[in-house]
Design a protein around this ligand. Structure first.
Ligand SMILES: Cc1cc2nc3c(=O)[nH]c(=O)nc-3n(C[C@H](O)[C@H](O)[C@H](O)COP(=O)(O)O)c2cc1C
Length: 323
């Protein structure tokens, strides 16, 4: 494989999405193959103790690498080799054929998470298209039928997560609420990407700084309320349901599916706004599982999807393709 040619493309591959924008992936260039692994410093042990979002993010990165390489004419494939003890999920290596994907570098570069207003939800054709993508990997897509119930579940989930000091401390460490933050242009969640006004960003910073003192005085409820109601911003809520008995390799495969779903949405002019709290908070996850009649452990990802009213800001990367 032309490793040097791929190395030049690596910055574009970093446009892959990751939970809290931690960018956990690491490439290990060896003779003839490139290991795909992760750095534990960029994982979320409090918010993501099962590693669900870590495997999804690594899978999204793998899929992005394959799409970017294929678009540049490189013949590359991914071979799963999940070894937690070596912090590796597999290898990118030379293949006889170019990876077949309807997507290319342009979609990888332009896709964005969108947390703002949607003017329309996905059409039946788009839902069918993402369902087909999920089915190819043994998964399925469910559309949440009841917006009112989803709103109640979101509130429950936010309250539960904001009540957990470890989750809040971890979130705080990845928030970039002022352009003066040293990592503002490198990683994490910026005020702009979260759609916060200057005043809201200042208020959130102050509330999180006071969290240890105010936690028992109702701050978690206030923070949950301040998070607002994303479902009032339009779109439909879709749930990616994975196969039963998913192991690490399957979960990374689901991350590849998630990336294909997001690129499918992007190509149709739509965006995703993940609502992972619905499956991070145990009570909300159990209710969602019961509502969909699916074992809760198979719920892999939840997102509001729709046609954005305005373009979303570009998120930061530690390694950036535009210098
Ligand atoms: C597995 C996974 C879970 C995510 N969960 C959330 C979430 O719960 N809420 C949210 O606002 N964004 C969530 N995101 C979106 C990331 O924050 C986003 O991908 C990252 O900040 C980079 O921004 P971009 O997608 O615009 O490139 C998630 C992304 C992934 C891959």
């Amino acid at each position: 494989m032309d490793v040097a040619a791929f190395r030049a493309l690596e910055p574009l591959c970093w446009r892959a999405p990751s939970a809290h924008n931690t960018q956990p992936w690491r490439l290990d260039y060896r003779a003839g193959a490139i290991g795909v692994g992760w750095d534990p410093a960029d994982t979320l042990p409090a918010a993501d103790p099962s590693g669900r979002d870590l495997w999804l993010s690594l899978g999204a990165f793998v899929e992005t690498c394959l799409v970017v390489a294929a678009d540049a004419g490189l013949r590359m494939e991914f071979v799963a080799d999940h070894r937690a003890e070596d912090r590796r999920v597999g290898w990118l290596r030379e293949s006889r054929y170019r990876y077949h994907s309807p997507f290319g570098a342009a979609q990888v570069r332009d896709r964005r998470t969108h947390r703002g207003r949607f003017v329309a939800g996905p059409s039946a054709e788009v839902i069918d298209a993402v369902r087909a993508v999920a089915a190819a990997a043994g998964g399925t897509i469910r559309v949440l039928p009841d917006a009112a119930l989803s709103t109640r579940l979101l509130r429950l989930a936010d309250r539960q997560l904001y009540a957990d000091p470890a989750v809040v401390a971890e979130l705080r460490s990845w928030l970039r609420l002022t352009p003066g933050h040293p990592d503002y242009h490198a990683d994490g969640l910026t005020d702009r990407c979260l759609g916060l006004s200057r005043g809201e960003a200042v208020g959130l910073r102050a509330a999180l700084a006071a969290y240890p003192v105010l936690r028992r005085l109702g701050l978690p409820r206030l923070l949950a309320a301040a998070a607002g109601d994303p479902l009032a911003l339009g779109g439909a809520v879709i749930v990616l349901v994975g196969p039963a008995d998913a192991d690490g390799t399957t979960r990374v495969g689901l991350g590849r599916v998630l990336m294909r779903i997001w690129l499918t949405l992007h190509t149709a002019g739509l965006s995703a706004h993940p609502l992972s709290q619905l499956i991070d908070a145990p009570a909300a996850k159990a209710t969602l599982g019961a509502l969909l009649d699916v074992p809760a452990e198979r719920l892999a990802h939840v997102a509001r999807v729709g046609r954005p009213a305005d373009p979303a800001p570009r998120s930061a990367r530690r390694v950036d393709d535009i210098g």
